[in-house]
Design a protein around this ligand. Structure first.
Ligand SMILES: Cc1cc2nc3c(=O)[nH]c(=O)nc-3n(C[C@H](O)[C@H](O)[C@H](O)COP(=O)(O)OP(=O)(O)OC[C@H]3O[C@@H](n4cnc5c(N)ncnc54)[C@H](O)[C@@H]3O)c2cc1C
Length: 374
């Protein structure tokens, strides 16, 4: 039986956030920035946030040329531009909040490798630059074919290289640790290793491994559980998608630096202090990867190694140091779901493959909705 004190001091909050990924932590920080006396709690099912935010490749990006063209096709020009704006604003907020040096954010530029199947996109480069000129005062995309050879890419597989000077990369682990520390510094309580089982009318049922099943009360609740949201809110439209990432051991004289996209964004790689971080290839076994279970698909790992050897490096003198997976959430198009569910509940989920960019802004939007309940 709980004491009066326990109920009053431990289980009653103004605001509760479910999930301690980038979206959840950003929501909690935004709440404290706007209402510093509030009692805010973040509830996370694992000891370490366990979804996508600690598992990603650390690209600070807003879309390669072929991705943006695919977005125009799927949603129209206005929606594509609005998404780019949100990603850019989210990145600016993240950088202002945490500081580039703290999260090792380096703007080395990004490149897209264009294969012979995709050369048509090059003809649309100037049009996309014109569209983006609303937000960027210099052209975003430019051809840098002269670098294909010096970067060591296989010229029979790479027809063009498109450069984006605005793209950066960061240290995902440092970003998440700093975000967590920042939340705690602002006065946010973080309850780890505690799963939310059910939410109804501002009452949150939680369970812990050792049989503690309790109920927390909060005036407003934010659901930031991304790919795992169906268990709490089955009515929300989203599908999980698993992504695999590998990191090589340091290579001698890695000939390139920066972030790189291939195959309409399905493949992505970057340098990390002489190593290559490489992820993707989900599209080769799409159905198998539509899961919220972590795991390594050998077919994907084999394909990544094949492409590393045959397209990126042109040799097999590399060693894989580590491989891991993370779970994203996707919808019909790339727009996230940021909305009020009922009087007490809001949700910010379905961040797709660019949530590092979107997470801080979505957190801010959720906090504003929670501070002005209907
Ligand atoms: C392999 C991979 C590579 C990626 N690379 C990039 C990249 O380079 N750049 C980029 O911008 N984006 C990238 N992304 C996407 C980006 O990481 C995500 O969009 C973003 O992290 C989503 O953040 P989130 O906080 O919304 O969700 P998550 O990080 O998934 O956080 C959700 C949290 O909720 C918790 N949770 C779930 N259910 C419950 C429950 N019932 N009770 C309590 N807690 C719960 C989970 O444990 C988790 O910690 C990548 C993603 C993956 C998987």
């Amino acid at each position: 039986m709980l004491s009066f004190w326990e109920k009053q001091s431990y289980l009653d909050y103004d605001y509760a956030v479910i999930g301690a990924g980038i979206t959840g932590l950003s929501t909690a920080i935004s709440l404290m920035e706007r209402s510093s006396q509030s009692k805010v709690v973040v509830i996370e099912r694992s000891v370490i946030p366990t979804g996508a935010s600690t598992k990603n490749a650390g690209f600070a990006c807003f879309g390669s040329l072929t991705e943006l063209l695919a977005d125009v096709e799927a949603m129209g020009e206005e929606a594509m531009l609005s998404l780019v704006e949100s990603r850019w604003q989210g990145l600016e907020l993240l950088r202002a909040r945490l500081g580039d040096r703290t999260i090792d954010l380096q703007v080395k530029g990004g490149y897209e490798l264009i294969s012979s199947h995709n050369v048509g996109c090059v003809g649309q480069l100037h049009h996309v630059n014109d569209l983006l000129s609303t937000y960027f005062n210099t052209p975003v995309f430019e051809l840098k074919d002269e670098l294909i050879h010096s970067f060591g890419f296989n010229i029979s597989q790479v027809s063009h290289l498109i450069y984006n000077q605005f793209e950066g990369q960061l240290d995902t682990g440092r970003m998440m640790r700093t975000l967590q520390a920042k939340a705690q510094e602002c006065g946010v309580e973080i309850i780890l290793n505690t799963k939310v089982e059910h939410i109804e009318n501002s009452r949150i049922q939680i369970s812990q491994e050792h049989g503690h099943n309790l109920e927390i009360k909060a005036d407003q609740v934010a659901i930031c559980t991304n790919a795992f949201t169906k268990a709490l809110m089955p009515q929300l439209e989203l599908n999980p998608g698993r992504g695999l990432v590998l990191v090589t051991k340091p290579l001698t004289d890695l000939p390139f630096e920066g972030t790189f996209h291939m195959n309409q964004g399905y493949d992505y790689f970057r340098d990390y202090y002489g190593r290559i971080i490489y992820g993707g290839c989900r599209d080769i076994v799409f159905e198998e990867e539509a899961t919220d279970q972590f795991g390594i698909n050998q077919k994907i790992l084999d394909q990544l190694q094949h492409r590393l050897k045959n397209i990126i490096l042109g040799h097999d003198r590399f060693e894989i140091d580590h491989v891991w997976s993370g779970i994203m959430a996707f919808g019909e198009d790339k727009r996230p779901v940021v909305k009020r569910i009922d009087q007490h509940t809001v949700a910010g989920v379905r961040l797709g493959g660019m949530g590092v960019a979107l997470g801080s802004l979505i957190g801010q939007q959720l906090a504003e909705m929670m501070l002005k309940p209907q």
